[in-house]
Design a protein around this ligand. Structure first.
Ligand code: ATP
Ligand code: MG
Length: 442
């Protein structure tokens, strides 16, 4: 098993005792019936009430009072069990989207193929409420050998909803009333072993949805989890399938890898499993060729270490344009070196990337302009562009580049202080054409 240890992370939780569903006398017969012979194990795992979002708890309780099943699910249960503060809270329920809307005034339905209810609270908080769904079977699809899932809006039962999820530790449901974790696929032991394991055959699950390969990379990097060897092998064996995935999802996942403060580990893993050679062959080839690039891979990874540090110590993720420029900086610089037409060289480099990972034009334009500014900033030649909106993002990139070369960043700090008073907030500086999405899946 691939294990990494990180002393900053809390130890895994003790595996609580569990009771098998049929022994639970207080359970209502209908739920008992529904869960009977589904392979359910209930683990007593009282989670810290203060760590559970009160609005998400309100949503669950109102659904339950109205006669529906409702649980906290997915990333929030996983993170709570790992002792990490969840980013957001998702609810799974037997109620259909329109039933949910009828119960909550502050609710809107989103998505066409993947209909979900968003219950809105103050401060922009969104609790996502999804109806139990199951993996479409052959009967639901007209494809024969093709495993790629194109639509997954088939409603189902709770256990089917657990089994259609990607990894065992993402498939745990939390029953607020009984303070129990519902586990249909061995997620609790995997949480304890800090291991990423697919639900079912990893080769099949990655072929169904190759983006899961990138999700495994993200969870391993962000949560410091090991990857089960069979899963790791399937990630390597299935990497070419990434070329078939919906390209906007690929772009969003690459951004997510860069945003979470674990870009170094994510990119290293992506390179190691050969997925980078499919998605960003320009970068992969650059990293492969240390002789020609004078140890460029060391500079690349050093830069990501600094980027992660900035993300963790600052107020969250840097601007998306900064992240993407930082990711591609070394091969871009190499492509532009020795040419008099920097913009032309950057365009030639970016055109196939834009096409392959559906990079939005707006991000690509930002990268072009920052690649024009950074050499000038490094040479101390600040021109008119100091008054443009991309100057601060360009300073962020220049700072990372200097630091990755072991050089002082004092002058960048001075430039930042002088630039554009009053400094805009990080939120205002976010120039992404791709706002963070809730519940973006297929
Ligand atoms: P994060 O904390 O990074 O948001 P998450 O686990 O909540 O992690 P989401 O992308 O928000 O990830 O998805 C929520 C849940 O939906 C997951 O925990 C998983 O159970 C399920 N899920 C998401 N994407 C997929 C997928 N591609 N295939 C199967 N299940 C998925
Ligand atoms: Mg989530």
């Amino acid at each position: 098993m691939r294990r990494r240890s990180n002393p900053d992370l809390p130890p895994p939780p003790e595996l609580p005792s569990f009771t098998v569903e049929p022994e639970m006398e207080e359970a209502s017969p209908s739920i008992l019936e529904r869960h009977a012979s589904t392979g359910l194990q209930r683990h007593d795992a009282p989670l810290d009430d203060d760590a559970i979002d009160p609005d998400a708890a309100k949503v669950v309780r109102r659904l339950e009072r109205s006669g529906y099943q409702a649980y906290l699910v997915g990333g929030c249960v996983r993170d709570l069990l790992l002792g990490i503060r969840p980013k957001d809270f998702d609810v799974a329920t037997s109620a259909r989207p329109d039933d949910v809307r009828a119960l909550f005034r502050n609710c809107r339905i989103i998505g066409r193929r993947f209909r979900l209810a968003h219950v809105l609270f103050g401060g922009g908080k969104v609790v996502e409420v999804a109806t139990f769904r199951r993996n479409p079977t052959e009967a639901d699809s007209d494809e024969d050998d093709d495993l790629l899932i194109r639509s997954d809006n088939v409603f189902g039962e709770a256990h089917e909803d657990a089994l259609r999820r990607d990894f065992t530790l993402n498939a745990l449901f939390y029953d607020l009333d009984r303070r129990q974790v519902l586990d249909w696929c061995g997620g609790m032991p995997d949480i304890q072993a800090r291991t990423i394991r697919t639900i079912g055959d990893p080769g099949v699950r990655f072929r169904e949805d190759p983006v899961r390969i990138l999700r495994a990379v993200r969870f391993s990097a962000k949560l410091d989890l090991g990857i089960d060897p069979a899963v790791y092998d399937a990630m390597v064996a299935s990497r070419a399938e990434l070329a078939r995935a919906a390209r906007p999802r690929i772009f969003e996942e690459i951004l997510r890898l860069m945003r979470v403060g674990a870009s170094h580990r994510s990119m290293w893993l992506l390179w190691e499993i050969g997925a980078m050679a499919i998605l960003l062959p320009e970068l992969s080839a650059y990293l492969d060729d240390d002789e020609a690039t004078d140890e460029g891979s060391a500079r690349f990874f050093e830069k990501l270490t600094l980027l992660d540090k900035k993300t963790r110590e600052g107020h969250g993720a840097l601007d998306d344009v900064v992240l993407m420029t930082a990711l591609l900086y070394e091969p871009l610089e190499e492509a532009a070196s020795g040419t008099r037409d920097l913009m032309g060289a950057v365009n030639d480099f970016l055109d196939p990337v834009i096409d392959r990972i559906a990079m939005p034009r707006r991000i690509a334009d930002g990268i072009r302009r920052i690649m024009f500014m950074v050499p000038r900033i490094l040479a101390g030649k600040i021109g008119r562009f100091a008054r443009t909106e991309l100057f601060l993002p360009a300073l962020d990139v220049a700072e990372l580049v200097l630091a990755s070369r072991g050089e002082s960043t004092h002058r960048i700090e001075a430039l930042r202080r002088d630039a554009m008073p009053p400094p805009p907030t990080r939120e205002a500086r976010r120039t992404s054409a791709f706002p963070r999405q809730r519940g973006a899946r297929r």
